[in-house]
Design a protein. Structure first.
Lengths: 112, 453
């Protein structure tokens, strides 16, 4: 099993969710995060004083999938979240040792 | 004889001015960090409570009682706001001009001025003062600084006492609604207090980003609305001076908003919401002393100059290194000085015969020097006395919270409350991990020993 983690721009979240539903992905976890990559932050000016806002608001998506779907999920997110401008984010895949469904105690792929 | 229209207008104006203090609280509250918003609101709201009590006990009497000493302070005729009104004269004042109003209407109208003036000072020193030390400061400052200065400026001979204050009656400087007594006074006090208290942790590296600009604009709008009571109400009657003041107040505020934004466009490249709110307030401040003494074009000029100059003055604190956090000096001291002094240039008695012609209307320098003397006298008195009061509080009960408390947020240390409970995507409801709701409902507070069950 794999976990696909994506850091994306907040406004593409709905599109990415739609694309994953089309692939048959049944669940995901979303969190609001802040950070920066190469685009860095931006500057705001209040009464003439400059404040640099280093951490930009982003959305982090986590999806646990079986091995065969991970690559499709990765591609779907990357394609849907792409605007071509700096700051589009990253997607990565990590291996998962095991998963338990809390309600039933099922383990492994059955728990997905 | 009582004038019903004037009484109604002054009472309504008093209520309008009352609303300015909560308006100011939100104007300031939006500019501080979210961890300090409640304390900022409370510093202002407590002025309503504290000064209201003082006003009844002795404040109104010190400001508006018959002069006790050299035009400097009122006597005890109105202690307790009730005993010994002069010869039991139906409690009415202003009858000589045909605008007879109950003295209580005047007392409540002036109370709202006494409340907002110390509240204005709080903007110089947010996020770092022990709450009850601020309360003590408000008591001492009102007593030693505001009540006497209000007497100097607002107590006219024969209105509430036979003899009034020296600026109004001897110097004859013009200050229609309080450019000196309210704005220069509060601005100079804010500067003194900021110097005695010192800067916030991390300033100026981290000047603290405003946490809610919608609050700031909402507060500025409430101030603008309430200011009609402040300025037009200062006519103390439903008369043409009230209408002139209403007109110039509007025009100056419009022009000042544009003036501030023009400076920002050239200096910073963007017109900001904070700039629009600040410009409007700067215009309101500057037109306050001048509102019934200039014509509509004069109002536009006073406003535009104030908006532009105050916008340029916000950088002074960084150059000189004092943390006047929300620019009480740049907006109220500078704005008050501009309005008070510009009467010496733009003043005209063509609309209001109680006015005077300034330099641009053939009046020469006569009114200008009177305006300068009044401005400098109030500035120096306020700055010096405020410094002494502040040093006294600092060296006895202490003024600032500890560094740790300041870092954690003054709302937590002084009030044990948080302004907001927006946690994560779920908005802080039952399903929030971090919100107080989930744990709070799961563990009911344990009743104290002996508390009723």
């Amino acid at each position: 099993m794999k976990m696909v983690t994506a850091i994306i721009k907040p406004f593409v979240l709905e599109d990415v969710k739609g694309a994953l539903e089309q692939l048959g992905v049944l669940g995901m976890t979303v969190s609001e995060v802040q950070g920066y990559g190469r685009q860095k932050g931006h500057t705001e000016v209040y009464r003439g004083a400059e404040y640099s806002v280093d951490f930009v608001p982003k959305v982090r998506i986590e999806v646990v999938t079986d091995d065969s779907t991970a690559e499709k999920v990765l591609d779907a997110i990357a394609e849907t979240a792409r605007t071509g401008k700096i700051g589009d984010g990253k997607v990565w895949v990590t291996p998962i040792e095991t998963v338990v469904r809390v309600r039933t105690g099922e383990r492994g792929a059955d728990a997905l | 004889m009582l004038n019903a229209g004037s009484t109604a207008w002054v009472l309504a104006s008093a209520a309008l001015v009352m609303l300015m203090t909560p308006g100011l609280a939100f104007f300031y509250g939006g500019m501080v960090r979210s961890k300090s918003v409640l304390n900022m609101l409370m510093m202002n709201f407590m002025c309503l409570a504290i000064v209201g009590v003082l006003w009844c006990l002795y404040g109104f009497s010190l400001a508006f009682g018959n002069d006790a000493f050299g035009g400097l302070i009122g006597g005890g005729a109105y202690l307790g706001l009730g005993n010994a009104f002069p010869d039991g004269s139906q409690y009415i004042t202003g009858t000589s001009s045909g605008d007879g109003i109950p003295i209580y209407a005047f007392a409540m109208f002036q109370l709202m001025f006494a409340i907002i003036t110390p509240a204005l000072i709080s903007g110089a020193v947010p996020e770092r003062i022990k709450f009850w030390s601020w309360g003590l400061f408000v008591v001492l400052w009102s007593t030693i600084v505001y009540f006497p200065v209000a007497h100097w400026v607002f107590a006219f001979d024969g209105y509430t006492g036979e003899t009034g204050g020296w600026i109004a009656n001897q110097l004859k400087a013009l200050d229609f609604a309080g450019g000196t007594a309210v704005h220069i006074n509060a601005g100079a006090a804010g500067l003194a207090l900021a110097l005695v208290l010192g800067k916030r942790r991390g300033w100026p590296r981290d000047p603290g980003r405003p946490h809610s600009l919608p609050f700031v604009l909402l507060g500025a709008s409430l101030l603008w609305f309430g200011w009609y009571g402040f300025n037009a109400g200062s006519a103390l009657g439903a008369n043409s001076n009230a209408a002139i003041a209403f007109t110039t107040t509007t025009l100056a505020t419009c022009a000042a908003t544009i003036g501030w934004l023009v400076v920002e466009q050239f200096r910073d490249g963007k017109p900001t919401t904070l700039g629009a709110a600040s410009g409007a307030v700067a215009g309101l401040v500057a037109i306050t002393p001048a509102c019934a003494f200039v014509n509509p074009l004069g109002g536009l000029a006073v406003g535009f100059i104030a908006g532009a100059v105050c916008a340029l003055c916000v950088s002074i604190k960084f150059k000189l290194g004092f943390d006047d956090s929300l620019d009480v000096v740049a907006v109220h001291l500078i704005g008050g000085l501009i309005g008070t002094i510009l009467i010496g240039f733009f003043g005209t008695n063509s609309l209001n015969t109680a006015g005077a012609n300034g330099l641009f209307y053939g009046g020469g320098f006569d009114q200008l020097w009177r305006q300068l003397v009044a401005a400098v006298a109030v500035l120096l008195y306020s700055f010096i006395l405020t410094s002494i009061i502040a040093l006294l509080i600092k060296s006895t009960v202490g003024f600032r919270v500890s560094d740790e408390e300041e870092a954690a947020g003054i709302d937590e240390s002084q009030h044990a409350e948080s302004g907001y409970d927006y946690s994560g995507l779920s908005g802080g409801g039952n399903h929030s991990l971090l919100g107080a709701g989930a744990t709070g409902s799961a563990t009911p507070a344990t009743p104290r020993e002996g508390a009723p069950r």
